[in-house]
Ligand binder design. Structure first.
Ligand code: FE2
Ligand code: FE2
Length: 143
């Protein structure tokens, strides 16, 4: 069944809620990190925040341009005080983001929205970089 504009807008609003979730999650992981590597972990998560804000801004602008109303609530935020679990939560979220944007690319393509499709592919590039950074950190975590 072909994608409708309403379905695309619903998907983009889910993506927007997930980007809000990422902003809050990474900001709070920066605050919650402890131990001898607190400064590095804090800095790592703080550096992710502007990327996720830029994604949210892009999605909100696009939703309005397509005639929709942007979501105002984040997806539920999962917190932990365990440094390693922070990266596990973040890795899962980044992997899910890639899958969602891959679906959104297909929907945009079906609707003939080539500009949106290409921009969503750029988001996939960003989230893939984020995911790979989380993987590298977790790979050699001895504890
Ligand atoms: Fe993002
Ligand atoms: Fe990300």
């Amino acid at each position: 069944m072909a994608t409708t504009m309403d379905e695309l807008l619903e998907g983009l609003n889910h993506d927007l809620a997930a980007e809000y979730q990422a902003v809050i999650t990474y900001q709070l992981f920066a605050s919650l990190s402890t131990g001898p590597f607190r400064n590095e972990i804090r800095e790592f998560f703080q550096k992710e925040v502007p990327d996720e804000i830029a994604h949210a801004e892009f999605l909100a602008d696009k939703i309005v341009a397509l005639g929709g109303t942007p979501a105002t609530e984040p997806l539920p935020v999962k917190l932990t005080r365990d440094n390693r679990e922070m990266f596990e939560i973040a890795l899962e979220a980044e992997a899910e983001a890639i899958q969602r944007y891959e679906k959104r690319v297909r929907q945009a393509d079906e609707l003939g929205l080539t500009g949106l499709k290409v921009q969503l592919e750029d988001l996939i590039v960003d989230e893939t970089n984020h995911k790979e950074e989380m993987e590298k950190i977790l790979q050699n975590w001895k504890e």
